[in-house]
Design a protein around this ligand. Structure first.
Ligand code: FAD
Length: 330
């Protein structure tokens, strides 16, 4: 096993995703501390080799590119095969992925095949006596689990999005680009990728938003999300929801924040009529500042909120919207 650190970069709409940059930043740091190289791995369809060069500008010494039509859309069997092969071939000390839909799906499969240790959804990574140590929020962010990789095994970890800063871009940085040799025949796969459907959502994406306004069952009905839309417009915020609001059919599934929804980490998260159940806080917990508006002073959300307003959102939200509009105009 080498001292190298390998990262699995991802792309979307012909661009490297933000988590790829975050992986490069922490990967570079760990590689320098271990005295190894940072190696990037990118899988995809046509154009992947060109895109992979961007990982060098983010700090990688070497990039492995696997380009083929069969990798154009995510297919877990094909990805598992190619990623496992690349990790086995490279023999890194540490292999990092994003805690994304792809990372969460492919990482345990690769870890099992290679007998690697694996920590999911890490918010801190460091070396302790040369071994990868990770911090993982558990129980909806109410506790932190400290884990260490077993010496002698490839240490795999997936990182929580936005928990690590992105890497600086260094244009003109030199590095090696290597094509990954692999053979995956579509006939060998038990499933096939059919199509990607882009959710048509207006405004800021929840995952990227600096400000999020979320509504829960306490809103009482779908029409009342209009009040949140007005507040969100003033703040240039994305609008999210609790699962209760989604399950009631008030808003679409892609707006759900939480364990079975999206994980967000905005600067400001305004939770309106949301009780703060553990499963919701898994998604909202990484927010830097939480403001809760709730009629029940004992609602658990107040334990996690920096600012709490005990009151009926029907009075609070319009007043807050008006005040913020005036403040932001000046
Ligand atoms: C396996 C599993 C996965 C789950 N995944 C998720 C997930 O991803 N995301 C998620 O959100 N939940 C998830 N849940 C559900 C979760 O446990 C809660 O049931 C849900 O989050 C509750 O949503 P809520 O806070 O909107 O509703 P409630 O818990 O009913 O809270 C409504 C709140 O609104 C307040 N309220 C009422 N009227 C007003 C008013 N006029 N003004 C202001 N406040 C008012 C009430 O005091 C109350 O606190 C999951 C559950 C399970 C079992």
């Amino acid at each position: 096993m080498s001292n190298d650190v390998l990262i699995l970069a991802e792309s979307n709409n012909d661009r490297l995703t933000i988590v790829s940059s975050e992986l490069c930043q922490i990967g570079r740091k760990l590689a320098d501390e271990k005295g190894g190289s940072l190696i990037g791995l990118l899988l995809g369809g046509a154009g992947t080799k060109e895109l992979a060069k961007g990982i060098i500008a983010l700090g990688a010494d070497k990039v492995l590119a696997a380009e083929a039509d069969i990798l154009a859309g995510y297919n877990n069997a094909a990805y598992t095969q190619v990623v496992s092969g690349a990790v086995a071939e490279t023999g890194p000390a540490i292999f990092l992925l994003g805690c994304t839909s792809i990372g969460r799906d492919v990482a345990p499969r690769v870890a099992f095949r290679l007998g690697a240790s694996y920590a999911n959804d890490c918010t801190e990574l460091s070396l302790e006596e040369g071994v990868l140590a990770a911090v993982r929020p558990v129980y909806g962010g109410n506790a932190l689990s400290h884990v260490r990789s077993k010496p002698g095994l490839i240490a795999m970890a997936s990182i929580r999005m936005k928990a690590f800063p992105p890497a600086d871009i260094e244009e003109g940085r030199s590095g090696e680009l290597v094509e990954v040799a692999f053979s995956v025949e579509s006939g060998e796969l038990k499933m096939k990728f059919v199509e990607t459907r882009q959710v048509e959502a207006e405004g800021v994406r929840l995952e990227d938003a600096e400000y999020v306004v979320s509504g829960g069952r306490g809103l009482g009905g779908p029409e009342n999300f209009e009040q949140l839309n007005k507040l969100a417009k003033v703040l240039k915020a994305a609008v999210g929801a609790s699962r209760a609001a989604v399950d009631a059919g008030w808003v679409p599934t892609h707006m759900q924040v939480g364990q079975t929804g999206k994980i967000v980490s905005p600067m400001l998260y305004i939770a309106v009529g949301i009780s703060g159940a553990m499963q919701h806080m898994v998604g909202a917990g990484p927010s830097k500042n939480i403001v809760a508006i709730n009629t029940d002073p004992d609602a658990p959300i107040f334990q996690r909120a920096r600012y709490g307003i005990v009151g009926d959102y029907k009075k609070v939200v319009p007043a807050l919207t008006e005040k913020l509009q005036k403040l932001l105009e000046n």
